[in-house]
Design a protein around this ligand. Structure first.
Ligand SMILES: Cc1cc2nc3c(=O)[nH]c(=O)nc-3n(C[C@H](O)[C@H](O)[C@H](O)COP(=O)(O)O)c2cc1C
Length: 153
């Protein structure tokens, strides 16, 4: 199975998650800014991840997905993830409301991937950081590796 993981990362946490997934799948891991849509050829599986900032993926991820030609991911198993802060750690009623309204980055990434023809292999998933700059919460790299493994089934 030829798989690829594409990510972006502001502080390095999403990169660590992507690398843990790449190690689990034995596949390439690339930062989105190093990629062109033409490089997505001959793939069986594609995982895309971004930090959640202002309830959304980072712009380079959004732009890359938007610019993919229609049908580019036909026949490809796809999955989307983000990193995020746990609501319980922020303890803000306002933020609770906004998150209910606007959610996290993984959902819109997953939608874009399926819009471009991909077949969602598992539901979008979020991995937790302890603070804006990290670190990742305990056990998240292991959880990420196990989650990514589902794309092979
Ligand atoms: C400007 C900014 C906006 C953010 N907005 C959100 C948000 O809407 N929801 C959330 O859960 N975390 C938010 N965060 C926290 C990020 O999700 C966190 O910094 C990220 O997961 C760290 O991953 P990275 O090291 O790969 O950048 C925000 C962080 C920044 C800097």
């Amino acid at each position: 199975m030829k798989a690829l993981i594409i990510y972006d990362s502001a502080f390095g946490n999403t990169e660590k998650v992507a690398q843990a997934m790449g190690a689990a799948l034995g596949c390439e891991v690339r930062r989105v800014t190093e990629m062109t849509p033409e490089q997505l050829t001959g793939l069986d599986a594609l995982i895309v991840g971004s930090p959640t900032q202002k309830f959304q993926p980072l712009k380079p991820i959004k732009d890359f997905l938007k610019e993919l030609p229609a049908g580019k991911l036909t026949g490809v198993r796809v999955a989307a993830f983000d990193t995020r802060v746990a609501l319980a750690d922020v303890n803000s009623a306002i933020l609770n409301v906004f998150v209910k309204l606007f959610g996290y980055a993984a959902e819109p990434i997953g939608k874009r991937l399926t819009q471009k023809g991909g077949e969602l292999a598992m539901p979008p998933e979020g991995f937790y950081v302890a603070g804006t700059k990290g670190p990742l919460k305990d056990g998240e790299l292991e959880r990420a590796a196990a989650w990514a493994g589902q794309i092979q089934q």
